[in-house]
Every structure is written in C-alpha cells, then in structure tokens.
Ligand binder design. Structure first.
Ligand code: GDD
Ligand code: MN
Length: 394
C-alpha cells in the first residue's frame, strides 16, 4: 500500500520541471481526482481509468487522488486500493479544502508533462481520456472534454440545472469574454493541460472551476475540445451548493481585476483626468451664472466633446500607442476617432443621466455629481474602447 503523500503548502505554483521522476521513467501524464465522500465510487473509477490508460500509456502515467479528509474515509479506501495499483497515489488534506485547490496541490506533486483532472464519481467517461491525450500529443496546450460540442451532452439534467449551467456560462462571457469564450464548456472539470502552460504561474482559484483559472492565468495558445456525455451519478451526491455559485462569481471578478491591463488603465485614467479638467473648465465657462450662464445639458455636451477630442489625441499616441502604431493609416485613425467618439458619446449619455440622477435625486453638489458620473463612465469608456476602437479597427 503506497504511503499517503503529504500535501504541499504555500503558494499554488506548479513547478516547471518535476521534482523527481518515479524510477526514471519520464512520466507523461499525472491525472488528478479531487474527492469528497466518494468511497463508493473509487474502486470502479480506478478500474475503469487504468483499463483505458494501460492501453494508451502503459507505465507512463500516475493517478493522484486528493481527498479533503472525507468523513467516509475515501482517502483510506483509495490507499488500500493502491496496493493493487502502484500508479495510484493518495493525498489526504486536512488543513485546506476546495475542489480547485485540491487539483493544483495534486498537480504540484505530479511528475507528468501533461497534467489532467477528472471527477471521481464516474460522471466523466474514461474512454474520453484517449481523445484528450491524443489532442495533447498533436500539440494542444489544453484539451477539454466538452458537453457542448459534437458528441457531447448531458444525460437526464433537469431544465433548472441546464439553465443554471448555461446562465453561469453567460455571466462568464459578459465578465471575461476573452477567457470564458475560448471554450464551449468552461464549467468542465475534465481536461488535460501541458505543464509548461501553467508552470511557475501563481494560481489563485476560488471554488470549483479550475478550468477558469487555467484559461485565465495560464499561457494557453492552442485549445482542443473532445465531446463527451456527462453521465448520471450512480453513488453519492453532488457537492455543489449555492456557495459554489457565489465562489464562481467571485472567481470571475477576481480574474477580471487581475487581468485588467493596469498600466494602460492608469494612463487612460490620467488622460481622462486631463479631459475632466477641460470638461469642468468649459462647463464652468459655458454654464456658470457668473460666465455665459448657458443651460446645463447644452454646456455639458459641448464641454464633453472638447474633452473627448483631447482624450482621443492623447490615448491614440500614449495609452494605446502600440496598438495605434499597427494601424496608422489616416483612414484607420479616422475610424478609431469615430468609434472613440461613439463609445464616449454613449458614455456621455450615461454621464448626463448619472449627473442628473446624482444632482436631482441625491442633491449632490453639481461638480461632485459630475466627478462621480465621470469615474463610472471611465471604466465603461476604457473597456469598450480597448476592445472596439483600438483592437478591431485594423
Ligand atoms: N478534494 C475535494 N474537495 N474534492 C471535491 C470537493 C472538495 O471540496 N467538492 C467536490 N469534489 C469532487 C467530488 O468528489 C467529485 O469527484 C468532483 O469534485 C466533482 O464534484 P461534484 O459535486 O460531483 O460536481 P458536479 O457533479 O456538480 O459536476 C460539476 O462540477 C464538476 C467540477 O467542476 C460539473 O460542472 C462538472 O462538469 C465538473 O467537472
Ligand atoms: Mn458529479
């Protein structure tokens, strides 16, 4: 019976090169099974997985069960099983909990060039392993078993479960389109990733969705998907509770903030600040009772347009100068200006609405109300301009 592996602690970082090779064989695959209360499934799972991998990767794979101190002693059942399966290792975690961190702790002790994860409750068909491995051998950095491609599906899911899963995916597409949009099944917990795609990167997942973390922080170039049908659970129950949905949302927001291009955003903010000075100067010049005394909205629109022209000029040369340099024809710059104007004009609409809302509803001082409105609209202007004006005006 293999001794239990002691859980690594410290940062969730997978090393570039494995710390050791089991009897010198260059291990190709380390497949992790996060478990909680799976004692009734473990034996059948290991039998099925080994019968597939002994065919496609004889002697070049290891299985690592990472159990979070299950009350049903899943870790003990697995450890007893390891006397018949030398390729099976077991980690019992007592101080740390959670599916996604369990997977990373397993990858940290794994030796394979390819790191995999699979549910331990027989809902992930083992024959898909072959397709995932094939995808990695033919150059994929990430091979994902997906329910939403050809050959994919879910068994007898209720409408509520389908809506919840797709709803979660939609929220992900809104908050992190460039991450969640790269795969058809971002909720999948069944995939292989090349070690080099996530090595030496500090991972920091929340909750269940480890694939989100790999896509959000890893150096993943090529993604391939393999269709599979998510099976009905025979033994035990799903551990998904409302808490996992909140953790998923928190995970999305955390990745969104961490993926904000900080330098660009700060430069954009500084340019925006110069625009605020111009905006307020002309708002004063045009609307203040001691100067021209024009109407608030008319003054605001003129002041804002002058600020938009100023901001475009600076953003095109500084904030997004590297992107603009790749698209430096006059027509491209003109198109960028029009898009920038359109985005900022919509932002101006939000700004005027927010200004009036804060001024008339909360009776804030007009300049404070304006500053608050501008701050909110700046995030909108940055993100949409980054994606629309400077990325796609090629
Ligand atoms: N170590 C550990 N710690 N394992 C856990 C924990 C935990 O806190 N919670 C769940 N697991 C294990 C379960 O024992 C099972 O092996 C696997 O993670 C999936 O858990 P389920 O509770 O069965 O999840 P599901 O059936 O709702 O499946 C959904 O989540 C999976 C994981 O992200 C689906 O979205 C699947 O596609 C996905 O693979
Ligand atoms: Mn399950």
């Amino acid at each position: 019976m293999n001794p239990l592996i002691s859980p690594p602690n410290g940062p969730l970082v997978v090393s570039t090169v494995p710390s050791y090779k089991a009897d010198g064989i260059p291990l190709q695959l380390s497949l992790i099974f996060p478990t909680y209360q799976e004692s009734q499934n473990i034996k059948e799972l290991i039998d099925q997985v080994c019968s597939v991998l002994d065919k496609v990767l004889p002697g070049a794979y290891e299985l690592i069960i990472v159990d979070d101190n299950s009350p049903d002693q899943t870790w003990l059942v697995a450890q007893q099983l390891s006397q018949y399966y030398p390729q099976l290792q077991v980690m019992r975690r007592v101080d740390e909990r959670g599916l996604a961190t369990a997977v990373i702790r397993g990858w940290q002790v794994g030796q394979g060039q390819v790191l995999g994860v699979m549910d331990a409750d027989l809902q992930h068909p083992p024959e898909v392993l072959e397709g995932l491995l094939q995808a990695c051998i033919t150059g994929a950095d990430l091979a994902v078993a997906s329910r939403h491609v050809e050959g994919g599906g879910v068994s007898r899911w209720s409408l509520a479960r389908r809506i919840t899963s797709r709803g979660a995916q939609l929220i992900g597409l809104v908050l992190l389109p460039e991450v969640v949009g790269r795969v058809s099944d971002p909720m999948s917990g069944y995939f292989f990733v090349q070690r080099k795609a996530i090595a030496d990167i500090k991972l920091n997942p929340l909750g269940y969705k480890i694939l989100l973390e790999v896509l959000g922080r890893g150096m993943v170039e090529r993604v391939q998907e393999v269709g599979y049908v998510f099976q009905e659970r025979q033994q035990g129950t799903s551990k998904v509770t409302p808490r996992q949905y909140w953790e998923y949302l928190g995970h999305l927001l955390q990745l969104r903030l961490d993926r904000l291009p900080v330098r660009r955003f700060l430069t954009f903010g500084l340019v925006g600040l110069s625009g605020v000075v111009i905006d307020n100067f002309f708002l004063y010049l045009l609307s203040d009772p001691h100067t021209l005394g024009w109407g608030l909205t008319r003054s605001k629109i003129i002041a804002a347009e002058l600020a938009i022209i100023n901001n475009f000029w600076w953003n095109d040369r500084w904030t997004f100068g590297d992107l603009a340099a790749e698209q430096n024809k006059a027509t491209q710059r003109g198109l960028r200006f029009l898009k920038f104007n359109a985005v900022c004009a919509i932002g101006l609409g939000f700004n005027v609405l927010l200004l009036n809302f804060f001024f008339n509803t909360f009776h804030l001082n007009r300049y404070l109300a304006n500053l608050l409105a501008i701050a909110i609209v700046t995030v909108w202007n940055f993100w949409i301009n980054l994606k629309l004006s400077w990325r796609s005006s090629g």
